[in-house]
Design a binder for this molecule. Sequence first.
Ligand code: GLU
Length: 478
Amino acid sequence: MSVRVRFAPSPTGYLHIGGARTCLYNFLYAKKMGGKLIVRVEDTDQERSSREFEDSQMNDLRWLGIDWDEGPGKDGEFGPYRQSERTEIYKEYAEKLLEEGKAFYCFCTDEELEGMREKALAENRDPIYDGTWRDFPLEEAREKIAAGERASIRFTAPLKDYSFEDEVRGNVTFPQGMVGDFVIMRSNGMPTFNFCVVVDDLLMKITHVIRGEDHLNNMVRQLMIYEALKAETPKFAHVSLLIGHDRQKLSKRHGATSVSQYREQNYLPQAMNNYLCLLGWSHPEEKDIFSKEEISSIFDLNRFSKSAALYDVEKLKWVNGQHLKNIEMSDITKMLDHLDSDLIKSKFTSQSPEWKNEFTSLFLEKIQILEDYLPYLGDIFNTALELQDDAKEVLNWETTPTIKEVVCAEVSKREEEFISKEQLSSWMDLLKKEHKVKGKNLFMGLRVVLTGVCHGSDLTRLIPLTPLSVIKARLENL
Ligand code: GLU
């Protein structure tokens, strides 16, 4: 039997990184097994769902390079793939359960249900449905409905333990009595979440359900429905939750949690995939950096971790930096060109391709995300130097005024936009041979005279990137 997995997003917001991780795991497993990934849009909550959110989530998946075989925009033989378009199917299944005596119409009003809840809580019992309408004859219930009364359909919850084998958590048992007769169709005709999930997973021939641990509690209801439909369950893998540094479930309080936010911040999709994959799954060779193509042949379900995964943006940044080092310099310069920044527009975009490549490669070692380039770019064009104590000290060295004089004289002879590496070397030679300035006095002195700081990138690469006009202005201010 070929593997069919699914990602079932609710389009009630932007794609959450937890959702993206779930989808990635499903995608990788489908790839590994030569199976299919189905995207099913769970939009039964009509008030909170929107097509804009659906489109935005699908675009984010495409950006991550996660492609699906069936789902929105990809018709397949098990559609439609939006739950809002499947209402008739759920009705049919609810009808079947009614006929078989496994579900019943419930005419309780909201007030009655609230009263039932309060009574149970007051008596220290779990607030579960008390079975009021469970044994009411179906024919009589149909007559009441025909006469205009409204009813929900409740599933008759069997009183017994349920258990299943989870690929991540092992054996999971739910003791009897945990849930009462639960609603599968609301009185407004809309199906409820657990019912749709089971009917769809069944009809879409899903073989493996890989999803977040927050769905573990739904399992008891879902197992009951599978049993009632006399259907075999798929295999389940409930992957651990993402938590923030305070060990609480990841939420907006912890900063950016949607894929689109990282996309806007110019993170690389390959880095996002890599990092998301590591949150709860480990590479057999303990590798930290890999592409999804690389692991799609080795991804399996037995390397999931049981414990919650710490979402750490600093680690994500590091992973991003590692991936930046693996791509063509010209691609990085292209990305920098498109960075939404005034500094980039005023100082980077108009430079020559050689200048851009040299700038990009000079600072690459120090970069984790593209924005990290900005301070370096700013420094190169900065004429208002604020000298720190260590730089002031270097200016007071006996040899430094000579360096300044020589450099000023050399610079004043030149008109071109940038000075070359060779010219810089010739100034050094001049200082060494004719003025006997050597070693640290020469290197540090020259650096402070030209840049105003004691430390930084290789001077013979940095200075040729600095416009001569900037160097002249700095020397005047010194
Ligand atoms: N629609 C659910 C969610 O967005 C997923 C349901 C499932 O995977 O079973 O959390």
